[in-house]
Ligand binder design. Structure first.
Ligand code: URP
Ligand code: ZN
Length: 465
């Protein structure tokens, strides 16, 4: 007797698609094949539907104080929004400040995450690299957090690490099986431009992308790649946005370096013209939106495998938070892009946007979609094959995906806790209709059926060279 049988669906793994039944027992996949004759507490007839491994969103910022704001989602509401988007595991970040013990921050963040409805893990954020902090890395790895995030910018926010720090962390990462990653923007270029723009009173939304142009990304990507090469460390580039950055990543990969990159739906769908709008502040995220040419290059990079992952970088702010530090000018705001909290929502719409603009526009196949959203995050971040694949013995984290379901993206219907969506009004074909975590149905027919705190901490394995 099984707990659940999903009958007659097309199963999609990163390696291909096939038709089979899936039988689930004790939260694991017990059989993939002809389970139809077995009995189960619940049988789902899924002919014509697609079943994907539960998505992994390895880049979220829930409940994260940043630029004076708190964000609209905590780990409970954020994980529900993610679950509606077919996500069954997310990885968020420590909120490390100078002077903090990173190990302690990892443990605190794990505790904050306990209310999540899906599984979770933590990237350890290093903002400095004292001997003491480097000495914590083996214990952080033992604890199950095998990835590190560093910022090459946001000096004024107190989270930027210097080059000496990058080198020290990279060297330790290599030694202890950690995948280090960087938010790659040159702080020097950004600060230099912003100072000049301020003097010329060019603080409107439309000037934001010019303050942090592709060269700003390229400088930090190249520096990260070179410093990683010096130490023999692998390197992960968070939210790559530009064709120039992509070329640098591709060159390093062709040179045999273990460099991996992610991009996000907003960089694949939107361009800098959005900053011309009166509500351009809603699109202020870092790095900024780019040109059409960059957008198309990112799709190509994804199709070619130079970009491994599409994460959401979900950092959801309400209009009130986005505008809280702006001065009022009549009914409008006095524009100043440096006063707008950086970040956009995205974990709930990631799969459907990729289905519409990737799959249905023939840029990606279904297995490529699964690679970018599920299998590659599991592999790079130490969770494969327990997660990221549909095979006997894996955790029964599954999404039933209706590839042909038409849906209008609307903030009213989403669960992101804000009253706008940067994709408002877009028609997408393809929507997750059921999310199953550890064999339990947590989203069905547009309803959340899970429980607060039912997610668990994922102890991740060291990065596999
Ligand atoms: O704009 C963004 N990406 N916000 C989240 C924090 C960061 O910069 O990574
Ligand atoms: Zn970032």
């Amino acid at each position: 007797m099984f707990d659940l049988i999903i009958k007659g669906a097309t199963i999609v793994n990163e390696t291909g698609t096939f038709q089979a039944d899936i039988a689930v027992a004790d939260g694991k996949i017990a059989e993939v094949g002809q389970a139809a004759s077995g009995k189960a507490a619940r049988v789902i007839e899924a002919a014509g539907q697609y079943v994907l491994p539960g998505l992994i969103d390895m880049h979220t910022h829930f409940q994260a104080p940043f630029m004076g704001c708190l964000g609209a989602l905590d780990f409970y509401t954020g994980s529900i929004a993610a679950a509606f988007g077919g996500v069954t595991t997310f990885i968020d970040f420590t909120n490390t400040k100078p002077g903090d013990s990173v190990l302690q921050k990892v443990k605190e963040r794990r505790e904050e995450m306990e209310k999540a409805v899906i599984d979770y893990s933590v990237h350890a954020k290093f903002v400095e690299a004292t001997d003491e902090l480097i000495g914590e890395i083996p214990a952080i790895v033992d604890y199950g957090c095998t990835s590190i995030k560093m910022f090459t910018t946001y000096r004024q926010e107190g989270v930027m690490i210097d080059d000496d720090g990058l080198l020290k962390v990279f060297a330790a990462a290599r030694k202890f099986g950690v995948l280090p990653g960087i938010h790659a923007e040159s702080n020097a270029i950004a600060e230099y431009n912003i100072q000049n723009f301020k003097q010329q009173n060019l603080m409107g939304w439309k000037h934001f992308p010019d303050a942090k142009p592709p060269l700003c990304e390229l400088e930090a990507v190249q520096r990260g790649i070179l410093l990683a090469r010096v130490t023999g460390s692998p390197l992960y580039i968070f939210h790559l946005t530009s064709s120039l950055g992509l070329e640098a990543v591709r060159a390093a990969q062709n040179n045999g370096q273990k460099v991996f990159a992610e991009t996000c739906p907003h960089y694949l769908l939107l361009t800098k013209e959005y900053y011309e709008r009166d509500d351009g502040y809603k699109y202020v995220m870092s790095p900024p939106l780019r040109e059409e040419e960059d957008r198309l290059a990112l799709w190509q990079g994804l199709a070619d495998g130079n970009i491994s992952i599409v994460s959401s970088d979900d950092c959801t702010y309400s209009v009130e938070e986005k505008t809280m530090f702006l001065e009022k000018k009549g009914a409008d705001y006095q524009c100043d892009f440096t006063k707008v909290a950086n970040g956009v929502a995205g974990t709930e719409t990631r799969l459907s946007l990729l289905a519409e603009y990737g799959l249905h526009q023939n840029r990606l196949t279904l297995p490529q979609l699964v690679a970018a959203l599920s299998a590659n995050p599991a592999k790079l971040f130490g969770m494969y094959p327990e997660k990221g694949t549909i095979q006997k013995g894996s955790i029964a984290d599954l999404v039933i995906f209706d590839k042909e379901k038409l849906q209008n993206v609307s903030a009213k219907e989403l669960h992101q806790n804000i009253d706008y969506s940067i994709y408002e009004g877009r028609e997408v074909t393809g929507w997750p209709v059921m999310t199953i975590a550890h064999g339990k149905i947590i989203v069905e027919n547009g309803r959340f059926t899970g429980e607060r705190g039912q997610g668990s901490f994922v102890k991740r394995k060291p990065f596999a060279y």
